[in-house]
Design a protein around this ligand. Sequence first.
Ligand SMILES: Nc1nc2c(ncn2[C@@H]2O[C@H](COP(=O)(O)OP(=O)(O)OP(=O)(O)O)[C@@H](O)[C@H]2O)c(=O)[nH]1
Length: 186
Amino acid sequence: MAKQYDVLFRLLLIGDSGVGKTCLLCRFTDNEFHSSHISTIGVDFKMKTIEVDGIKVRIQIWDTAGQERYQTITKQYYRRAQGIFLVYDISSERSYQHIMKWVSDVDEYAPEGVQKILIGNKADEEQKRQVGREQGQQPWLIDALIPFEQNAKLGLRGKSWLKSTAWTSMKQVPAPTSTLKSPSRA
Ligand SMILES: Nc1nc2c(ncn2[C@@H]2O[C@H](COP(=O)(O)OP(=O)(O)OP(=O)(O)O)[C@@H](O)[C@H]2O)c(=O)[nH]1
């Protein structure tokens, strides 16, 4: 029987409740968008196999609850992640400020050297933008952060977003000049 995949990647989505983690995942795996916000309880995951340069890559993406009350559970999933997507909402300054807290959780619970990717989601909400593009491009604090914006609603970047980041262009990004205030989690 033909081998179903050559490599497996375990990736994790983290960020405040409501930033659109579940929607990003649904867009990527099923090309769907749901306008309702049904908070994730604990963790959930989806899988998808794609081909990158002739290599069959199976991606297992864990979607975590952003709500504080599930943090004890969700942190247990950091340990086995090979890549972590830190998601904020470009129309929520607060969700961007909280990224610092998410980063410190990653530093504490994820394996050393895990790849971190910063996603500014809801890129279609330009008129409500509270986080400037340049803010999202600042690789403050993190030594290997790949920043970009994404639109789960319209699916602009759609299927190529992981392909173009997680394994093909993981590289060091020049470092830190913090423009962020200290995080204050709700
Ligand atoms: N306009 C717009 N809305 C979005 C986008 N992505 C998600 N949303 C909306 O944002 C809300 C929250 O999305 P979810 O994916 O459920 O958020 P989440 O981060 O998984 O939330 P928790 O499970 O509570 O942590 C929903 O009403 C979505 O429809 C986007 O790219 N654009």
